[in-house]
Design a protein around this ligand. Structure first.
Ligand code: FAD
Length: 591
């Protein structure tokens, strides 16, 4: 299968669910034209299809390896990265001040979907660099910005994120890496970080690590963590590359998927200490890292869309070719293509609908990021910032969960050939599995949604959001279009279920936090189903207004009638399932 970027689908979601026309006409995206967005996405699609996609399977088979202390990426990787940087792709959303193109986040998110569909293991490298750029731009000193941002924006240098340690994964408060002030404004870092994506490689002549560590007098827990910029090579005053810093890659993990992405054990300070520079304030490193993590969480959610899209394209192509069994249109004595069987059609519709719903959630989150950064009215910016906060865990967890589910369905459509590596369906499934784990596991996302986002502004943020979903449901109902079937009714039930579960959780959080957290994961799913269903319905309404294209209407109706219809059960699980979830004590569970 050759991957093809779904530019028309993306543009349709941008215009219907993400309200692109409004952003272009009200000046939020001043200086940007719809045609420019389409042209950028078409070029991103060409790059994905022509440069990245051909390396998808070969990169998986070779993998990245540690050879004589250096990470060697698969054949073709270095050249593809050079083409990526030369094409200016690293500069897409970065600010003009540092050499970027200052394009909106919706464009960067959509382009990210495309590159990660074409090659997930490759796409991770720029994904992390973009996050590092955001963090340095937001909190770095002027000197750090001037020295590092221009080269990171051009893609000459890549960035990494160093949080995880062997005993500190989800609980970063446990991290032990230490940083000793040198009295000259620099620090020396000591410690081991694990699972560091693209921690080392030979594609660029420098790598800029952002590292969490503790100062000698730091308070324990998350309040004692600072963030440091640690370059692989020190940079001389004139900007040229200087001495090698005291940071090495001590190992590359063997793993289930994304074999071409080097997942590194990084050792800081094996000799005199790795020289680092403070980013932001002492002991406030986690706050800075959150800037990077929120952007990265949306980007990882988008990777869920990427794998789902790739799996759907691959399964659809296979289902058109593979012949088994007779169908209504089969000639006597002949088998028909499996795409004609109702059960395969259901699977392909489910794959398509989940992919499009997750894409809409990610692009709406990106849209709110643009409004939060660019709107002229401060109240509008604040409102959008709350929306970003609310939607980020859903974008991350819902999209990556469905990424795995859709990839699994893709294997199923291939039958036995799906289990054989040759077709590539198995690789998509293996690659997808990391997405619910890194960038904050999906369990942690669900707890964030319930514990931090639901109480935002006393529950007003979520209530306002649900109110908007309800308005779209009313529009669907009022449209009275026979081709919409039971879309209005089913989405109405889903949004009502979301409202009821939200109210219940709001109360439970005060009285019995364990019961609230026991329902966090089904609640996040319910949130994703209600939101995704409504966003697809906005696409159906737009399609109906524009002459009634069949596809967006069919997908939205299918989602409402076949997928969002699970909302009532999820609400019951949230409200009535906590007691039995917690019935067996941890001791009984471990017996
Ligand atoms: C391929 C790969 C690439 C990675 N890239 C990077 C990278 O570039 N930089 C980096 O810093 N890290 C990276 N990571 C690390 C990744 O972010 C962590 O694996 C992840 O945050 C989970 O931490 P953990 O593995 O220690 O799992 P744990 O924290 O041990 O979690 C195990 C399970 O317990 C659950 N859990 C943990 N705490 C709680 C809680 N309080 N309440 C409820 N449930 C809980 C989790 O949801 C999970 O299901 C990468 C990991 C992999 C595998």
């Amino acid at each position: 299968m050759a991957y093809q970027a779904p530019v028309n689908d993306i543009m349709q979601v941008l215009k219907s669910a993400a309200g692109l026309d409004e952003l272009l006409s009200n000046g939020t995206l001043e200086g940007v034209e719809e045609d420019t967005i389409r042209a950028v996405l078409e070029e991103a699609g060409k790059f994905g299809a022509e440069v990245l996609d051909p390396l998808y399977i070969t990169g998986d088979r070779t993998g990245s390896k540690l050879v004589d202390g250096k990470v060697v990426t698969p054949a073709g990787w270095k050249d593809a990265y050079k083409q990526f940087a030369d094409g200016g792709w690293g500069a897409l959303a970065a600010s003009e001040e540092w050499g970027g193109q200052d394009l909106p986040q919706v464009v960067a998110t959509a382009a990210g979907e495309i590159w990660n569909s074409a090659n997930l293991a490759f796409g991770l490298c720029p994904l992390l660099t973009f996050g590092a750029i955001d963090a340095i731009e937001a909190q770095g000193s002027d000197a750090l910005k001037k020295t590092y941002l221009p080269k990171m924006v051009t893609g000459e240098w890549t960035g990494t994120m160093n949080l995880t340690e062997p005993h500190a994964g989800s609980d970063l408060g446990q991290l032990k890496s230490r940083a000793e002030p040198q009295g000259d404004g620099t620090y020396r870092l000591f410690g081991t970080k694990i699972f560091i994506t693209y921690g080392d490689h030979e594609m660029t002549d420098n790598i800029i690590h952002l590292v969490l560590a503790r100062l000698p007098d730091a308070p324990p827990g998350t309040r004692g963590i600072s963030l440091f910029l640690v370059p692989k090579y020190l940079v001389n005053k004139d900007g040229s590359i200087g001495a090698r810093n005291d940071v090495v890659c001590a190992g590359v993990e063997h793993k289930l998927g994304i074999h071409a992405s080097p997942t590194c054990v990084m050792k800081y300070g094996e000799k005199d200490g790795a020289i680092g520079y403070l980013v932001g304030e002492e002991n406030r490193g986690l706050n800075v890292m959150f800037i990077m993590m929120n952007a990265a969480r949306l980007a990882v959610g988008t990777q869920g869309v990427s794998v789902a899209e790739r799996a759907t394209q691959q399964a659809t192509a296979y289902a058109k070719e593979r012949k088994q069994g007779r169908t209504a249109s089969s000639k006597a004595g002949e088998m028909g293509p499996i795409i004609e069987h109702a059960d395969i059609r259901r699977t392909l519709m489910t794959m398509r609908a989940l992919t499009q719903a997750a894409r809409a959630i990610c692009l709406v989150t990106a849209r709110e990021t643009d409004v939060a950064r660019r709107a002229k009215d401060p109240a509008q910016r604040a409102h959008a910032a709350n929306r970003v906060a609310l939607l980020t865990p859903i974008a991350k967890a819902f999209s990556t969960d469905i990424g795995c589910e859709v990839a699994s369905m893709g294997v199923q459509v291939h039958g036995g050939m799906g289990f054989i590596e040759e077709t590539g369906a198995a690789q998509i499934y293996r690659d997808a599995r990391i997405l619910p784990i890194y960038e904050g596991t999906n369990g942690i996302q669900a707890m964030d949604l319930v514990g931090r986002k639901l109480p935002l502004e006393g529950g007003k943020v979520v209530a306002g959001y649900i109110g908007e979903l309800q308005k779209t449901v009313e529009e669907v109902r009022a449209s009275n279009r026979p081709e919409f079937g039971r879309m209005g009714e089913k989405l109405g039930e889903a949004v009502a279920a979301l409202a009821e579960a939200s109210r219940w959780l709001g109360g439970a959080l005060q009285k019995n936090p364990d019961a609230a957290m026991a329902g966090a994961t089904p609640y996040l799913r319910l949130f994703g189903l209600a939101s995704g269903g409504v966003y697809l319905a906005r696409g159906a309404l737009a399609a109906a207004r524009n002459g009634g294209q069949a596809e967006p209407i069919a997908v939205a109706r299918f989602f409402a009638e076949n997928i969002a219809s699970a909302a009532g059960g999820l609400k019951d699980t949230v409200i009535g399932g906590a007691e039995s979830t917690l019935m067996l004590s941890p001791d009984a569970l471990s017996a």
